[in-house]
Design a protein around this ligand. Structure first.
Ligand code: UDP
Ligand code: MG
Length: 333
């Protein structure tokens, strides 16, 4: 279950101890944004899972589910309210407006009690059968258990290839990230307390989690198709999240800019020497149009790109210095 190969930094493979075998208090944290189509099924499946885990003595009867309503405009919140009235194990947090999946997830993780919390998507794409295995890995000593997809064949070709390219890029940039792991994970209480100290506003949880340290384990699972409703992650949001992973966890692009600057300056020096040579030692005519226009447009493009990269960092510094709250809770059940 522990797989050191998946991470750049070695995971602790030797698990020196097992935790005491008493039932854990488990909290399932489920961010929801306009999920009225899928919520009834999700609720039924998660309650059935809790029943089973309680029967097996793995979790105690205070274990529950926290649904975080990320500013939905449909009936999501009223469904959560009703579920809370019907079953005391169901809790709800309503954010005052839509703050995005990462912030909603953090809100749930920071406000739910329990010895361990497991975050999962509302659409049941994450395999619930992986949850008992996650609990087992925790009992064997892991504070952080990551759900990793064993295959990506439910994805479109486009999503699959861009994801692969993205993980390769992050590795090159020195970001410790486990490929094919999204936000399906177990965190122990002490890992959650450590997470609390990460105050960043530009959230990319799967980049922060490896920085927590602690013992990590991996549980593989097959990701299903969305049960109902449609994806709340359009391409624009995927791209924004991907940028967060680069800008918030690596400053290597800034070094690339400097390297480009050095290489191009050296090239320009060579070019100047050549031009001087032509001027002094030959009687060739006026240098051509191309040799003027090409460097100008090339350098113009390069400068804009460099400015864009610097702007990417600057805008994040700007957001961080303001220290605005990452989420605002309107109501809790
Ligand atoms: N989500 C959220 N806020 C948002 C967008 C999404 O809380 O602004 C939730 C959504 O309800 C779901 C999870 O994040 O539980 C993952 O979203 P989705 O399944 O739409 O993403 P995909 O699986 O398509 O990448
Ligand atoms: Mg989904």
């Amino acid at each position: 279950m522990l797989d050191p190969q998946r991470s750049q930094f070695p995971l602790n493979t030797a698990v020196p101890f097992s935790r005491p075998q008493q039932a854990l208090r488990l909290g399932l944290v489920v961010p929801c944004y306009n999920e009225q189509e899928v919520l009834p099924q999700t609720l039924a499946k998660l309650l059935a899972l809790l029943d089973r885990l309680q029967r097996e003595g793995l979790v105690d009867d205070e274990s529950g589910i926290t649904f975080v309503d990320d500013g939905s405009r449909d009936a999501t919140w009223s469904m959560i309210e009703r579920a809370h009235l019907e079953d005391r194990r169901v809790h709800g947090i309503k954010l005052s407006c839509n703050r995005g999946h990462q912030n909603a997830l953090l809100a749930g993780l920071m406000s739910t009690s329990g010895d361990v919390l497991i975050s999962l998507d509302a659409d049941l794409q994450d395999d619930l059968e992986a949850i008992p295995r996650m609990l087992q890995a925790h009992r064997e000593g892991a504070d952080v258990v990551l759900g990793v997809r064993s295959r990506r064949d439910t994805d479109t070709w486009f999503k699959r290839t861009t994801a692969q390219g993205y993980y390769a890029l992050l590795r090159k940039l020195g970001v410790d990230i486990v490929p094919d792991h999204a936000d399906f994970r177990l965190l122990s209480r002490r890992a959650l307390e450590a997470l609390r100290d990460f105050r960043e506003v530009n959230l990319f949880l799967r980049g922060i989690i490896p920085l927590l340290g602690f013992k990590r384990a991996i549980v593989t699972y097959e990701r299903q198709q969305r049960t109902a409703g449609e994806s709340k992650y359009p391409f624009r949001r995927m791209l924004a999240l991907a940028m967060e992973g680069v800008f918030s966890f690596s400053t290597v692009p800034l070094q690339w800019i400097s390297m480009c600057g050095v290489v191009i300056s050296l090239g320009a020096l060579g070019f100047a020497l050549w031009a001087l040579g032509v001027r002094l030692f030959t009687d060739l005519g006026i240098p051509g149009w191309a040799s003027t226009v090409i460097p100008i447009s090339f350098l113009g493009g390069l400068q804009l790109m460099a400015l864009g990269i610097i702007g990417g960092y600057l805008s994040r510094v700007y957001a961080e210095t303001k220290q605005r709250p990452r989420f605002i809770v309107e109501q809790s059940l």
